[in-house]
Design a protein around this ligand. Structure first.
Ligand SMILES: [Zn+2]
Ligand SMILES: [Zn+2]
Length: 289
């Protein structure tokens, strides 16, 4: 049994990722309205009946905007860390709130969902891997720089949603104020195309069949550029660029099962092929997503 995946929305205007099997599914983040989530799923032939839980990566509005209404309407359990919940501006029915801890699997029917820490300018940001019978799908967005948690989990994925937020030159030449450029590039900001490509070429396992590139900046990136850049280095992996305006098709992820290594201190198995250093820049304490 494989996993069906789609990006319902990806970008600073809203993020919502669907991962499920024949029986059940989860959403990672709920950053578009309930109505829009329903519309996009319906267009894809996916049913909200199958969705059994929502997992929240962090409290930025583009990841939680639709959460209160969606969770309430479908009485969906919401898995969120206490620190993320405390920093949310909107509330969720307390009866629906469940906590999770890094590297402790949460079982949703036959799906297992594991959260793990990442670097981003939020209270307690986590990424997720959703697994079923040894097929692993990871969601890697809103990451300032790939820490060892991100690298180790990326190496175990049959498919990955991977952030490609900005092109260095477009950000340089763009109209953003200097402090925002510094913040986006910082270790708690977002992944550039180059950083994401280094992760992809350095740590992509041979069994990764799909990479769905997402959270592209409207102003500082170009979907065509991203597609070309990654396709050149895909080595058999299908490259999809997720839109900030609409859903992607549904992709079925299968392959040979891989047991997840949940040792938080495990050292990534392979060195990156690129030794280009990631940019370490000053952090500013402004809110953005
Ligand atoms: Zn975001
Ligand atoms: Zn964010």
């Amino acid at each position: 049994m494989g996993l069906s995946i789609t990006s319902l929305a990806s970008g600073s205007n809203g993020n919502c990722y669907y991962i499920g099997n024949e029986q059940e599914a989860v959403l990672v983040d709920a950053g578009i309205s309930c109505r829009e989530t329903e519309h996009r799923m319906k267009r894809l032939g996916l049913s909200m009946e199958k969705v059994k839980a929502i997992f929240i990566s962090h409290e930025h509005a583009d990841h939680i905007k639709g959460l209160p209404v969606l969770a309430k309407k479908y009485r969906l359990p919401v898995y969120i860390t206490p620190a993320t919940r405390q920093n949310m501006r909107s509330g969720v029915d307390p009866q629906l709130v469940n906590s999770f801890q890094a590297y402790e699997p949460v079982f949703i029917g036959s799906l297992s969902v594991i959260g793990f820490p990442k670097l981003h300018d939020a209270a307690d940001p986590h990424s997720f891997i959703v697994s079923c019978q040894g097929i692993n799908v990871g969601v890697f967005t809103d990451i300032g720089t790939p820490c060892h948690h991100v690298i180790q989990q990326f190496q175990q994925c049959h498919a990955a949603f991977l952030e490609t937020n900005y092109d260095d030159d477009l950000l340089d030449r763009g109209h953003y104020p200097y402090h925002l450029k510094v913040r986006i590039r910082g270790n708690h900001g977002h992944l550039s195309n180059r950083q994401a490509l280094n992760l992809f070429t350095g740590y992509k396992p041979p069994f990764m069949s799909h990479v769905l590139l997402g959270h592209l900046s409207k102003d500082n990136n170009c979907p065509r550029l991203v597609k070309e850049l990654f396709t050149t280095h895909a080595a058999g992996t299908q490259v999809v660029v997720a839109s900030r305006y609409e859903e992607t098709p549904v992709y079925l992820i299968g392959g040979a099962p891989v047991a997840l290594n949940l040792n938080a201190n495990a050292v990534p198995a392979a060195p990156p092929k690129s030794t280009k250093p990631t940019k370490k820049m000053e952090q500013l304490a402004l809110d953005f997503s």
